[in-house]
Design a protein around this ligand. Sequence first.
Ligand code: UD1
Length: 362
Amino acid sequence: MKARSKIVSVVGARPQFVKLAPLDRALSGRFRHVVIHTGQHYDDNMSQTFFRQLRLPPPRLNLGIGGGRHGAMTGRMLTAIEKALLAEKPDFVLVYGDTNSTLAGALAAAKLSLPVGHVEAGMRSFVDDMPEEINRRLTDHVSRLLFCPTPVSMKNLRSEGIRRGLVPSGDLMYELLHDSKKTIRSNQRLLREFDLSPRDFFLITVHRAANVDRPDNLERLVRILESLRDPTLFPVHPRTRKRLRRGGLLKRLRTRDNLILCEPLGYLDMLTAAMNARAVLTDSGGLQKEALFLGTPVLTLRDETEWVETLRRGNRLVGLDVARVKRGLGATPTVRPLPFLVGGKRPSRIIADSIQRFLDRR
Ligand code: UD1
């Protein structure tokens, strides 16, 4: 009997663990599925918590490459992933989203002539120097199968001349959220811990380099935080914490009684917070969509979004501008999630089927 094909998934950062969860379940039955963790996110609450909560098998290998400048990080990952792929000899390599781990995984595989599949292909912000935009464009152009979550992502790829291997797959993040909704609803721990009541608080997250690495923008963020009068839960990403601490701003924020600064939240707690918040303010791509799915309006702390379809569905771009935030919080938008199924099929199933067809043709 022919051995089952082997697929390696390269992941490293929080949003990738989330997308991996439903796909791992769909792939494991049919293929030998091996997970390589680059180590880009390494704190317990940025990594292990997700593996545990999402019931993911432990990675075969953790390369332990986190921190440092982006070029050096990506380069070290490239060397280590190439070595790992030579040892694993997979038939197909999957990468997810737009982080440095995504680009390093895709490049390492392509250089070894291994076919690459990109989950969440075709997303564009059209901001040329945004680290994620660089990662996603380059990854798309070396991928053989491009799993597109939205019609706009398909259009973006076609306009860059990519016509082969496009697969309208729907959104894995929504699939997981759909399956987890009951658990999220019954999870009361977080509200109890921080003494929060449903629809009586704001949730804010921010970590994008453009927002937190530039001191002027960081100051504008702090002014937004100081303008909020209601209870506000602020799980602080390690990058943001470092920048706030360096500028003496963390101390300033700690003096605000309504502001609850906490460590990064795991998958379930973050979504319980998003479900119960009056509004979510964020620069995260994933959380923008997740909040809408849970019926909560979103203010995106950027001037653009890759998920343009969300803009007519309860998401509003406010940049880092106190007046725009105020206007946004005063509005009562109709909240509608994006459709996440293509042809009524689970995204994980569509992706697994297309990989199977691709490998059968070879
Ligand atoms: C990365 C992704 C971003 C994604 C985000 C999700 C890139 C270019 N960016 O951003 O697209 O939205 O993950 O959260 O890949 N750090 C810790 N502990 C950790 C992880 C990071 O202390 O567990 C520190 C790092 O040492 C570094 C900083 O946080 O100083 C930023 O980490 P980095 O991996 O560069 O990118 P993120 O900002 O997390």
